[in-house]
Write a protein that binds this ligand. Sequence first.
Ligand SMILES: *Cc1c(COP(=O)(O)O)cnc(C)c1O
Length: 457
Amino acid sequence: MSEKTIPYKIYLEESEMPTAWYNLRADMKNKPAPLLDPNTHKPMTADDLAGVFCEELIRQELDDTTAYIEIPEEIRSFYKMYRPAPLVRAYCLEEYLQTPAKIYYKFEGNNTSGSHKLNSAIAQAYYAKKQGLKGVTTETGAGQWGTALSMACSYFGLDCKVFMVKGSYEQKPHRREVMRVYGASVTPSPSTETAVGRKILAEFPGTSGSLGCAISEAVEKAVSTEGYRYVLGSVLNQVLLHQSVIGLESKAAMDKYGIKPDIIIGCAGGGSNLGGLISPFMGEKLRGEADYRFIAVEPSSCPSLTRGVFGYDYCDTGMICPLSKMYTLGSGFIPAAHHAGGLRYHGMNSVLSQLYADGLMEAVSVPQTAVFAAAEQFARVEGTLPAPESSHAIRVAIDEALKCKETGEEKTILFGLTGTGYFDMYAYEKFHNGQMDDYTPSDEELEKARASMPVVE
Ligand SMILES: *Cc1c(COP(=O)(O)O)cnc(C)c1O
């Protein structure tokens, strides 16, 4: 191979790190639809939301016009402990694939939570502390968000109460223990601690729980406990805002070497890493300054963009959260087990949903055995053990690189490697033993789940 003019890893200097988050909504002509009250179907005001969420986070959630929002000094200091995250040139993967494509990935797994979730957790904990709150509640599925929030809360001296989806709580006891290292209290959901949990348990005894159910419990706990608020690690616009640090760093690193990506790829659960990664690039596209292809990758077992409908839906099973206009499978949709836990949400962030509806972004769904095959190829040549969620992006990055091999095009591909997979060995084991199936929901199943959507005039 010829002399490499681009380094394997491009790091920014601390002084080159972003000092403001970028709010993509400011440059969108079609703004995402407002959150609605689940009972009256009227747009939620800041006052309506104040009992559930932190004040400053509500301001960020509702702000569709301010393009740059300063990152407070305290958060920037914390970021410096584990950021800037490296932008890696996947030379070894390119060589292995024998592709003329140039592949880059932004690696967000360099912290104990093992994912990008810490970028928003530390911001949310900071604003909760600043408001003088005692603690926060949340839910966690796979466990990365719960871990990230536990770390952030211990840093700022806040109580942290986590409702963890029961199936995951039992399958990943070590995740739970990491959260307890940071002082969080962890309850398997559904639990008897909340009215909504007791109701779900009575209706479905022996259920292993779901994300939508754990959200309902965490919200109920927050609004019924003095000095507490609820925080969420994905889906919301404020989370996309905080995660824009991923895209801003990626763009700054690429600009340093005059690199311009042709295709930008990210896995999509609730949409926060993808939204964060593409933000500054999508901003350029919206302002007519540059063009890129954006690809969202979702599991074929939970295909909210590729097979869902665009409409108002409940964000949780208990139907107590605001309604959001998004691509959704219906809040009653229960995705098949044994899958990348972080991608099992029925809906999608409303900014990404609007961009997809406007034809500014593409989406594909991939079956999980193909995802794990890509994960393993990647691990064997690039070294890092990827999270199953992140491996969805790897799958499509490899597929696009192989297309370049056929056509001889030297495209530049950027994808988000959102985290590491150390706690996902059960899934890798299933894959190795040939016990992993590629369950895809039938049209009838999706039709049935859609019936749970509210009718909004
Ligand atoms: C949570 C998670 C995701 C999916 O969440 P988004 O909000 O869609 O980014 C992806 N990868 C990892 C490692 C995660 O922990």
